[in-house]
Design a protein around this ligand. Structure first.
Ligand code: GLU
Length: 319
């Protein structure tokens, strides 16, 4: 079995020329990405860092933020309130699916689709919009271990073109699933999507989830330990848009992707893995990212239900 760092370099060479997929264009600002950007990062729960390619290139986190906002909302309101407003059921629908709120409960199906994410973000505590934003940014800083910035052009781009998201918020308001002030909730949601990260940051965030909420480099508890399970469960069942089932089948670890081209995945107890390449497929998942994760999962037996290699294989590769 190959050691991890040379294997990452091999994967980078193998997939760097894959040119399938498109840049996300429904958020105008995202079309400015460079198609060649490609990075792979792994951070272990004991703080070791592996990586290759454009691991320092900043980009907006987009949908990957939904996982972490869900954690903060859970800490603020608890499981019962969250479950009352947002389900935990996969949909198989695209991320921006408009109409499908659960017919009986009127809840959005889960916190990883846009409707559920907007409802989730609206539950974050704070005295006013600035207070909520500051708490959200402080949460990201606990995971990242450094200051965060919001990319204003992307925020403004989403704010002025996000009519679908706005329509979802109105629909949820109609069913009393979200508080009155939907403009503030949407602004906060667009701000969380516009937080700047790089590929290595994402791997650190994923490693924090692998480490029961404790940031492996700073030692900060970024998320109450108890809620790690909640986040990983919705990632596993709902994290990869309408490809979540196939991902669970082929790769088999909790993950979340975003339309700017990032994917994070968690090897519980061991490591966080992130890829970044902005060419996405029709489901919204990074094409090169999918290939890298399938190869990593196969090589190191990462699939949670694959016991054929013994569960220590990945640990050996890290030695
Ligand atoms: N901010 C994007 C939206 O709401 C996030 C989409 C994504 O990354 O899936 O449409």
């Amino acid at each position: 079995m190959p050691a991890l760092q040379p294997f990452l370099e091999d994967l980078y060479d193998r997939y760097r020329d894959v040119s399938e997929g498109q840049l996300a264009s429904y958020i105008p600002e995202l079309t400015k990405a460079n198609k060649d950007w490609f990075g792979i990062s792994v951070v272990t729960t004991d703080g070791r860092i592996f990586g290759v390619g454009d691991v320092d290139q900043p980009f907006t986190i987009q949908s990957i933020s939904k996982v972490f906002a869900y954690g903060l909302a859970l800490e603020d309101r608890g499981r019962a309130v969250l479950l009352d407003k947002v389900g935990v059921e996969p949909t198989g629908d695209p991320f921006n699916s408009l109409i499908r709120l659960d017919e009986d409960s009127k809840r959005p199906f889960n916190p990883m689709i846009n409707a559920g994410a907007i409802a989730t973000t609206s539950l974050i505590n704070g005295a006013d919009p600035t207070g909520k934003l500051n708490r959200l940014l402080a949460m990201f800083e606990r995971y990242l271990g450094h200051d965060v910035v919001i990319d204003m052009p992307t925020f403004m781009s989403e704010r002025s073109t996000g009519h679908r998201n706005r329509a979802m918020a109105h629909l949820m308001l109609n069913f009393d699933m979200i508080a009155q002030d939907i403009d503030s909730a949407l602004d906060l949601y667009f701000q969380q999507c516009s937080v700047m990260v790089n590929c290595q940051d994402l791997a650190v965030m994923a490693a924090t989830l692998a480490n029961q909420g404790r940031q492996p480099i700073t030692g900060a508890q970024a998320l109450e330990r108890d809620y790690t399970r909640d986040l990983l469960s919705v990632m596993y069942t709902c994290g990869m848009y309408n490809r979540a089932g196939e991902w669970a089948y082929r790769v088999g670890i909790p993950a979340k992707s975003g339309v700017s081209g990032g994917i994070i995945a968690v090897v519980p107890g061991k490591a966080g893995i992130a890829t970044f390449s902005p060419l996405i497929d029709k489901n919204g998942n990074s094409v090169r990212g999918l290939k890298v994760f399938e190869a990593l999962s196969q090589e190191y037996g990462l699939h949670l239900f694959d016991l054929s290699m013994g569960r220590c294989v990945f640990t050996e590769a890290l030695e």
